[in-house]
Structures are given as C-alpha cells and as structure tokens.
Design a protein around this ligand. Structure first.
Ligand code: SGN
Ligand code: CA
Length: 525
C-alpha cells in the first residue's frame, strides 16, 4: 500500500475510534456550606430569606426533598462523604477523632483515574487532605475575618471575608491552574453559616429592620418527649451567649482578660482579627443595636423573641454572602463555557435548628438536623426543575461522583449512586428506611448518644449511654415530632416491626457496640 493511502486509512480508523470513545467525563463542583438549614433556602420554601443563586440549581436541575445525613455533626459528615462509609467504619464518630487518610476516598479514586482534584475551604478533619492536586483549607473551624489557611506550603493569612476568599481561591484555580484537557472535581466548601455567625462587610445591614416569623415551636416545653430533648444545652434562650453569638460588644473590647467568660473573649478574638476599616463598618452596623439593648434589655418571653431575631439576622446575613458567591461561581461557569459539562452540587454538611424546639445547632435525629439541603444540576442529564422524593443520604455522594465519572466504586462503600435518580429513571428498589447513629456525648450542647431508623412515615430512636429511652414519632400525623408514641396503646406492632427493621439495618451496615467502644470511652461521666 502506498504511504499516503495508508496514512489516510489510519486517520479514518483513529477518527472512528474517537467517535466511539466514552462521552466526555463531567467536571464536578461539590459546593458544601456548614450548618445551612434547608429552611433557609428559598427553593425549599423559606419564609425567612431568599437565595436566588442557590435556587438556580433547582430551576436548572433537581431538588431533593428528602436528603439526610448519617450522623448530624460536622467532621463525621465530612468523613462519611469522602469514604461513602458510616462513622463506625470510617472512624470519625465525633469532632474529636482524627480522620485516617489511608482509607479509600472518592477524590483519591478520581485523581487516580485522571481527574484534577481540588479542595478549598472548610475541611475540619485534622489530618492533611490526601488525594488532591491542590488544597487550601481552613484550620479547624476557621475564622470569618482575615482567615488563616493551611496549604502544603504552610499556613497563610488572607485579608478579607472568608466566604469571598474561598470563592476567590476557587475562581483563581479555575482560571489559572486548571488543565482544560482533563476533567476536574472541586470541593468548594464554605465555613458559613457556622456559629458564631459573623456577617461579612457586604451584608452587615441587609436585614436591618426585618422581623422574621417565629417557628411554631420556638416556645417548646418538651412535654411528651424524653430526657434527651429536655436535657440538651442548645436553647436559644439559655445557651446562646451575649458576646460572640449575639454581638453585645464588651466595653473593654481590646483587652483579653483571663477572668472573662469564654464567649466574651471569643468576641474579642474575632473583633481583634479585623482591620481598622472592617471594625469601623462593623461598629457602624452593630453599635445602634448594642445601645438599644443596653438601654432597654428585654425580659421574659421578649428576651427569647429578641435573641431569635438577633440569631436570624446574623445567620441569614452569612447565608446572603454564600448565595452571592455561589452566583459568582455559576456566572464564571457560564462565561467560560464550563456549565454544559459540569455537575454542580449544593448541600450542607447537615441541617440546623432555626428556633424549632427553641434550639440552634444540630446533632439530634429529629427532622431539622437529620435532613440536609441537596440540589444538583447536571445539564443534558437532569431535567431542569425536577424534584426527587426518594430518601437519599450523604452516604451516597462518593458512589454518585464515581458513577458519574464512569468508575466502579469499591466494595466497602455503603451508599447508592444517585445517577439513576438524576437521570429521572424510575427505580423500585431504592432504600425505604434510613439508619442514623450519633455519638458525641458528653460534649458541647449535651445531646445524648442515640441511633435509630426512619421510614417514610415513622421514626424510632433509642437514646443510650447514660439513659435507656426510646422515642417513636408518626411523621405524617406529627411532623414537628412533639408527641412520643413509644409504649402508647396501639403502637406495639409498629414498634416491633421498626425494631426488627432497625436490627436489619444495623447488620447490613455492620454497626456494633464493639466498634463504638473501640473508638470512644465507655466510662459514664
Ligand atoms: C463549636 C460551636 C458549637 C458547635 C460545634 C460543632 N461553638 O464548638 O456550637 O456545635 O462547634 O460544630 S462556637 O461558639 O465555638 O461556635 S460543627 O459544625 O463543627 O460540628
Ligand atoms: Ca456543620
């Protein structure tokens, strides 16, 4: 055969092969905020704020109406997400234990398969991130103003507001470091709106003059509940502090005094991190509120109402910055032509109480903290404006991302890929019950250890360690979980069935007392 003919034939074969090749692997941007309650996202029907940019993901993709976590607290959720395994197997049962990075994680597997992998923002797992081409993370909880970052090159402080900076770093990587010939997976993880809710310069006055509607259970007295609900330490009234939480500025703000209560010094540490200009803007926004409070401090029920309004003001201001910055990122994807082949996920590490039961924080298996928001946009695969009612979990992310990249997840991962749901395929075999296990006790907020099962209609919880109490809720009749039916007449059969299904889940996921004991002390305090 003549040489030119041979070359032409070879080119045709190469062309035909290229046409048959796997479709282009999608990029993945996994946006996660910290403690962002679904009640504060307008796509979920928020009555307290608007989140137009996050809502875009619902309009252009899918909103999950029933997304849950396995253990509602920060570091454990992050370890579950990375490994696709429950806490009793990945070893991060609470915020104290360190993550063992030798484990298989979805970023490591994507990296080995040729993805560029990036981790920016809140990490909270103590050990250095592994499996990332680029990482820049906050130490521990991080700071709102002028935060420090951990990088492979050491620690570095960046001036500005944390939510803006995390986005600047993400955009900078996309613009200047990304190899356009390879897919990427970016974990873009906000610190906001975590306690102590310090709003950024752009939103210091956004909610001034607004009165937020109170949740119906703000004045809950915990009748018909167990000791766990009564004995927690996460009430807005008693456990939210005047300094760093409510922003009542101490008179001697520039002196750290060892005899000051922790929260007053926490206010001072936060304030002292600010530049002169940041402090000027802060004082201008907050001084009138502090003066009004000091001249006429509310009492009785009015004090709780006042604290709730203060809480919402600052919490929602932090979310306004998150929403703006999600908008900046989505705009860049549009402008750079990346939108079409990029899966964008928005979620929170867990849910949060916005005054329901009189609480803030999370931890309980009750709905507000057991659930988490989840919105996913996947152009060309997911129908815009679609809704998913299936019960999905943060346990499912690892397998979802691997599946979307055309990879087979390792055996030990315990979730389910959400890809069929995202494609709108009907599936009859989806899970019909959820397993939950929370461990961090005794600890801040004093939520007792518990595990349980949730089906579409019922929830059965066992609180243990220093108590032995069961709770049963009918979510259809009692969506706010105010009436514990455990042991009540007529519920024996339902309870027996739930207990047997709970045992099956414990076996299925390989949980056991021995595993808990191997990680956590058993001596009761
Ligand atoms: C801090 C907060 C707590 C919060 C934990 C865990 N107190 O200790 O309210 O429950 O973090 O949060 S603070 O006044 O220091 O903010 S988590 O999201 O990291 O699990
Ligand atoms: Ca959190």
């Amino acid at each position: 055969m003549k040489k030119p003919v041979f070359i032409i034939l070879l080119s045709i074969v190469a062309f035909l092969y290229a046409c048959q090749k796997q479709p282009e692997r999608p990029n993945i941007i996994f946006i996660m905020s910290d403690d962002h309650a679904y009640q504060a996202i307008s796509a979920y029907g928020s009555v307290i704020n608007k989140t137009p940019n996050i809502d875009r993901l619902a309009q252009e993709g899918m909103i999950f109406q029933n997304a849950f976590v396995t253990n509602s607290i920060c570091a454990p959720c992050r370890a579950v997400i990375l490994t696709g395994k429950y806490s009793h197997l990945n070893g991060v049962l609470d915020n104290v234990l360190e993550f063992d990075t030798a484990q298989a994680t979805f970023p490591k597997i994507l990296q080995e398969a040729g993805y560029q992998t990036v981790m920016i923002g809140k990490w909270h797992l103590k050990s250095d991130p592994k499996g990332f081409d680029f990482w820049k993370v906050l130490p521990g909880q991080g700071n709102y103003y002028n935060p420090d970052f951990r990088t492979p090159e050491g620690r570095k402080q960046i001036e500005g507001y944390v939510t803006d900076i995390i986005t600047d770093v993400a955009l900078d990587w996309l613009k200047n470091s990304r190899d356009p010939d390879r897919p990427f997976m970016m974990m873009y993880h906000h610190k906001a709106p975590h306690r102590e809710w310090w709003p950024g310069p752009d939103h210091l006055k956004t909610f001034d003059g607004v009165t937020f509607p109170e949740p119906p259970t703000l004045f809950d007295d915990y009748t018909n509940r167990g000791s766990a609900a009564r004995e927690q330490e996460m009430t807005i009234l008693h456990h939210m502090n005047p300094g760093s939480d409510l922003k009542i500025k101490p008179d001697d703000v520039d002196t750290i005094r060892p005899d000051d209560p922790w929260n007053i010094n926490a206010y001072k540490w936060n304030y002292r991190r600010m530049t002169d200009e940041q402090r000027r803007q802060w004082d201008e926004a907050y001084d009138p509120m502090v003066e009004a409070f000091k001249s006429n401090p509310p009492e009785g029920d009015d004090l709780l109402k006042w604290k709730y309004q203060r809480y919402m003001h600052d919490y929602l201001s932090c979310i306004a910055s998150v929403d703006d910055n999600v908008g900046r990122l989505l705009d860049y994807l549009d402008k750079s032509g990346l939108t079409e082949n990029t899966i964008v996920v928005y979620t929170s590490d867990q849910g949060f109480y916005l005054g329901e039961h009189g609480w803030f924080d999370k931890r309980f298996m009750y709905e507000e903290s057991f659930r988490t928001p989840l919105l996913i946009r996947w152009p060309g695969r997911t129908k815009p404006g679609s809704q998913c009612e299936k019960m999905v979990m943060n346990l499912d992310f690892a397998e979802t991302f691997l599946d979307a990249a055309g990879l087979t997840p390792p055996e030990q991962m315990q979730g389910e890929s959400l890809v069929p749901l995202l494609k709108g395929e009907t599936t009859d075999t989806w899970r019909n019950a959820l397993y939950y296990h929370y461990y961090e006790y005794p600890a801040v907020h004093m939520v007792k250890r518990h595990y349980g099962i949730r089906t579409e209609r019922y929830k059965l919880i066992h609180f243990y360690y220093d108590i032995d109490e069961w709770e049963l809720y009918d979510l259809q009749e009692d969506p706010h979980e105010l009436n514990n039916l455990y042991g009540k007449e007529g519920y024996d059969e339902i309870t027996a069935d739930l207990k047997s299904r709970l045992n099956s889940l414990i076996n299925q996921y390989g949980d056991s007392d021995e595993l808990t004991r191997s990680f956590l002390p058993q001596e009761k305090e």
